[in-house]
Design a protein around this ligand. Structure first.
Ligand SMILES: [Fe+2]
Ligand SMILES: [Fe+2]
Length: 186
């Protein structure tokens, strides 16, 4: 494995690799909301990502509440099953439309960012594996006889998954929102 590949690895990197931030420097995150081309696709994309972050935070809060005896375990299982399914289905659909439709279109507009789109697609593959771990953890929590211990185990397993997904969402935004703004993609 070369250094370049490990730089791109989702579980190891702490932001977009240096070679991929040129467009972000021209379109800094703090100015996205005030850009006249913001809205439509850019706002929609950020909103989808916010929904994933929100689901992860709510699942983590719930697990803490059960572990501390502040939430009824039966109510928790219903909520976890609903939110877990929601996250898995929506995330798989979201990745598919990015890989099949949006990324190829953006790559044609910004061929110098090819490495970035390869990185994001590799993230999706890595997240497929992490999602399988998430599902196994959620199923374990749904069937655990001791709810508090189950909630603690689920919470511990959710943390690294959430860290990787959050890393992906943030880096993806840093790469693609500048492309959307620069080209006025609708
Ligand atoms: Fe993505
Ligand atoms: Fe995304």
């Amino acid at each position: 494995m070369t250094d370049e590949i490990s730089d791109d690895d989702l579980t190891r990197r702490d932001g977009l690799p240096k070679g991929l931030v040129t467009l972000l420097e021209a379109f800094p995150r703090a100015e996205w909301g005030g850009d006249p081309r913001f809205g439509g696709l850019a706002a929609f994309w950020l909103d989808r990502h916010l929904a994933f972050r929100d689901l992860m935070a709510r699942m983590a809060d719930d697990a803490e509440a059960v572990a501390e005896g502040r939430m009824d375990p039966e109510a928790w299982r219903g909520r976890l099953a609903r939110m877990g399914n929601h996250l898995v289905q929506d995330l798989l659909g979201h990745h598919q439309i990015e890989d099949d439709a949006y990324f190829p279109q953006m790559q044609r507009l910004e061929p110098r960012l090819t490495r970035g789109f390869d990185l994001l697609e590799a993230d999706h593959h890595a997240l497929d594996g992490l999602l399988r771990g998430f599902v196994a953890g959620a199923n374990d929590a749904l069937t655990a006889t001791a709810a508090r211990e189950g909630a603690l185990r689920f919470h511990a397993g959710l943390a690294p998954f959430a860290r990787s997904l959050t890393r992906h969402l943030e880096d993806e935004e840093d790469l693609i929102i500048p492309v959307i703004l620069k080209h006025g993609m609708a």
